[in-house]
Design a protein around this ligand. Sequence first.
Ligand SMILES: *Cc1c(COP(=O)(O)O)cnc(C)c1O
Length: 385
Amino acid sequence: MIMYASRITSLPPYLFAAIDKAKQEVIKKGADVINLSIGDPDLPTPPHIVEAMKRSVSNPERHRYPSYEGMLAFRTAVAAWIKKTMKVDLNPEDEVLTLIGSKEGIAHIPLAFLNPGEVSLVPDPAYPVYNIGTILADGKPHKMPLLAENDFLPDLDAIPARVAEKAKIMFINYPNNPTSATASIKFFEEVVDFANENDVLVVHDNAYSEMTYDGYKAPSFLSVNGAKEIGVEMHSLSKTYNMTGWRIGYAIGNRDILSGLGKVKTNVDSGAFEAVQEAGIAALYGPQDCVREMNGVYKERRDALLAGLKELGFEVKPPKATFYVWTRVKGSSLDFSRMLLEKAGIVATPGVGFGEYGEGYIRFALTQPVDRINEAVERMRKLGI
Ligand SMILES: *Cc1c(COP(=O)(O)O)cnc(C)c1O
């Protein structure tokens, strides 16, 4: 008899696997499914990045084990890119750590800082990995509700003193998945104050920093005074350069926090393939028009979906960032998404899958062309939604 450890059996089911199964069943019946559920860009990696990879992969020097902290050339490219886009100074030697995708860093960081039973502060609704990484480290997640009335920012004053006292890590994520909310510098300053008062280290997930619209620029958490003393920021090339499959990201900020994460990584992985890091260097130093063009595509899709949803009577505000539209629905989000799938062949993510405070919402990802988005709206109209 195979017995799983309780840290595995206590994990919530991975939402996207369940949705995929339901979707496959509908496809099997021959339906034309419009998938607006997964946050994976449908556009290809820009050609100059692919070319850099092709060159690098033929170089035998790249075939060996990489160093665990990443190539200095990659970390130097990161520091230059961060300086240029976010005006933050970093020492590439010890304030940048290469990751095998930012998910890897997020999942591993609790192992370096949580003793069993210690608390991490986790937003809800959220990307599931903050919660799951905590559970895998035998830590205790404490949920910080992200509510519409607080513009989907956690209410730091609502965190009970006894919880704050025990907390070791706080996870935040702006621009936010799934709510597409953004955070102000003032909010980041409040987080730094909270971290100092309660001896908490902060992990800011900035995976969507470049996916912005209407002139909005997403700040780095590290641009706030004192942030680098208590925090790190996770970055990813996945969404910025359509590189989800390549598995490349990085963590920047406090050198002691990065060193703790690095210690875990040295012992569980052996770094990111150097050819992928060289492709990353090409992405970071290369022309950034591809990012602007991509945002133009998402903006057109966003506007199509918003116009459609508005006509159907949904409450929606145009998101300034991310490729998600987060909107309130009547009744249970799971029932609503099941109905969309079975009656209209539309896959969207029920808010409850991101946590209990996501209930009553649904998330549409803008990862289909405009004509498919319009088709989805048309199907909803016919359904009388
Ligand atoms: C997509 C996403 C990531 C990126 O993950 P990678 O492992 O870098 O591909 C991280 N955080 C959030 C919130 C995301 O949505």
